[in-house]
Design a protein around this ligand. Structure first.
Ligand SMILES: [Zn+2]
Length: 289
């Protein structure tokens, strides 16, 4: 399947300036990376600003997603929502926020979001199927950054500086020759997100994956939903982009920022991680709204 450049983007809003919801209800099923079980996700239009989650067959009212709900972000982003936990939310949230949606209700059947092909494209296709409706309201979801912000953890750093649009600059540096140093930058718009970030798949390293399998994690991981690197080469080529790993890191960043909204800021991230992204989202929601 040749994905690169094959997506139509004319159905997307031009910018993130307006509020948008879905044109209908759409459901996807799939296997989850960590638990290995199949779950179902239904995306519904919402009248309320923000992204809400509720569980199928559960009377609890939908819970609005916020950065302070992140509890575990080592391998994926996990949220605590009332009595439930919800893992691996980042690729779905990236698709929703990246497309420009601001009003969405997500109904889930389990505690993890399906991985689909390891990128956001399956969710983009679901959203395209029902379309996007622009609402008659500005997008108040975008946090306004008043001054520069910098967060670092060890050798990783993320900075955000005020800007008139959302610009992302990603840099990675892995000790594996197959990846090495990569950088990618773009002005984020719904169409640039779909073309340049959404198809980039999650990736892992063969030696670490063996340990994760032994530890009972990544039960649903296989060579169809993650790129696997053995150090000098890729176990399951071809890549969709030569720099697919750094693009996927930016996709994860968009998913983690979706918890607060895509800010008008230039965000630079070096050796990013979900934990670093979550701290930025948290700071944006606490200090700058
Ligand atoms: Zn990811």
């Amino acid at each position: 399947m040749d994905l690169v450049g094959s997506f139509s983007v004319d159905w997307l809003p031009e910018k993130y300036g307006n509020s948008c919801t879905l044109g209908g209800v759409v459901t996807r099923k799939g296997v989850c990376l960590h638990s290995g079980v199949e779950t179902e996700v239904t995306l519904c239009p919402s009248e309320d600003f923000g992204f809400y989650v509720s569980w199928m067959n559960d009377a609890e009212s939908p819970i609005r997603l916020k950065p302070e709900q992140v509890i575990n972000s080592q391998l994926c982003t996990t949220l605590v929502l009332g009595n439930h936990r919800l893992s691996t939310v980042e690729h779905l949230l990236a698709a929703i926020a990246g497309c420009g949606l601001t009003h969405v209700h997500i109904i889930v059947s389990g505690n993890e979001i399906p991985l689909l092909d390891g990128s956001s494209i399956g969710w983009i296709e679901a959203i395209e199927e029902v379309g996007i409706i622009q609402l008659d309201a500005p997008n108040n979801l975008a946090p306004v950054l008043k001054k520069p912000l910098m967060i670092h953890k060890g050798s990783s750093v993320i900075t955000a500086t005020p800007s008139d649009s959302c610009y992302l600059i990603g840099m990675i540096d892995f000790p594996y020759p197959a990846i090495g140093k990569q950088h990618f930058s773009l002005e984020l718009t719904p169409s640039s997100f779909v073309k340049h970030l959404a198809p980039a798949r999650t990736f892992g390293f063969k030696d670490q994956i063996d340990h994760l399998i032994e530890a009972g994690l990544i039960k649903g991981g296989d060579l169809k939903n993650s790129l696997v690197c053995d150090g000098t080469s890729w176990v399951n080529p071809p890549l969709r982009f030569a720099d697919e790993p750094v693009r996927h890191k930016l996709l994860d960043l968009v998913g983690d920022l979706a918890l607060v909204g895509l800010p008008k800021a230039q965000i630079l991230v070096y050796r990013g991680s979900h934990a670093l992204h979550a701290e930025l989202a948290d700071s944006l929601s606490k200090d700058f709204l």
